[in-house]
Design a protein around this ligand. Sequence first.
Ligand code: NAI
Length: 330
Amino acid sequence: MKIAFFSSQPYDKVFFDKYNRNFQLEYYETALDKNIVNVLNNTEVVCVFVNDKLNGEVIELLHEKGVKIIALRCAGFNNVDLETAKRLNIAVCRVPAYSPEAVAEHTMAMLLTINRKTHKAYNRVREQNFSLNGLLGFNLHGKTIGVIGTGKIGKAFMNIVKGFGCNILAYDLFPDKALIDQGINYVSLETLLKQSDIISLHCPLTPQNHYMINAEALLQMKNGVTIINTSRGGLIHTIDVIEALKSKKVGALCIDVYEQEEKLFFKDLSENIIEDDTIQRLMSFPNVLITAHQAFFTEEALSEIAQVTLDSIGKISNGKMAKNAEVMLA
Ligand code: NAI
């Protein structure tokens, strides 16, 4: 059985080749869209990542090519038209929990970096500039951190935050009873926005919460709030946040995801002219930290992604339910 990988990077090949026993693997650097489907030949499985576009039209074309399984080597699945896949009887699997800690740890790394300005200190000291001016941060101890989405990653992040002595306010559509028993304080979204010094997003992107951080939400927040988004770019209305950065309503912004990231992230564009003026504006702020969808990127996570994806594909093709990967539609 052949698996075609799209948006593949050298590290995908390293980890999938390492764990593959049963399949023929074909790697394409290009993202999956309607123009590339023609390369498929006798391929029953496509393996895709966060920025591959699997809308209805693409899934119809995959179906015509005989594709039976769409394997997402990531957790989020907002880029897949699940209804069309279901109608065409194409199985879709993902890796729901490859390493929540990897994302949670990166979230804390971003928060510490933007707050204590270690990225600036590193460069300064290398230039023999030992001045502290401009590097002032604040203690995380005693601050209130609002966590939106208390699933696997939100939970892992709250565990880290507890160690820093922060107060936690949580918001989720479905509060977790076990977390309440552990003393986690669930509040309304409005209360979280009003009372948090730092707000971290850990919910999936859905049609209901698209742009949940918009001008109206920003108005409710504390002056100088720090916002961190390691979930999905579409949760934040970027233009509204830029206005809030300009007015100093937002004191700092850390993003590992960006609405238009498919045109930028995972590519070396250092020789190119970037046409996206919004990200250029964001990059011009001294209090904005951007990483390029890197939060998942640990050895442990890549090993788990490769093993679970290959395992799920094997189990789906044998008509068995996957063990760890959640088969959403089979
Ligand atoms: P999860 O499914 O374990 O938890 C998500 C939580 O969000 C659930 O408790 C759910 O009830 C809640 N939720 C859903 N809609 C909500 C809303 N409108 N408001 C508040 N809460 C809401 O998911 P997990 O594993 O914690 O991942 C969260 C997100 O992180 C993923 O959907 C994905 O977008 C993102 N992610 C980012 C990565 C990166 O490298 N930057 C890597 C992996 C995931």
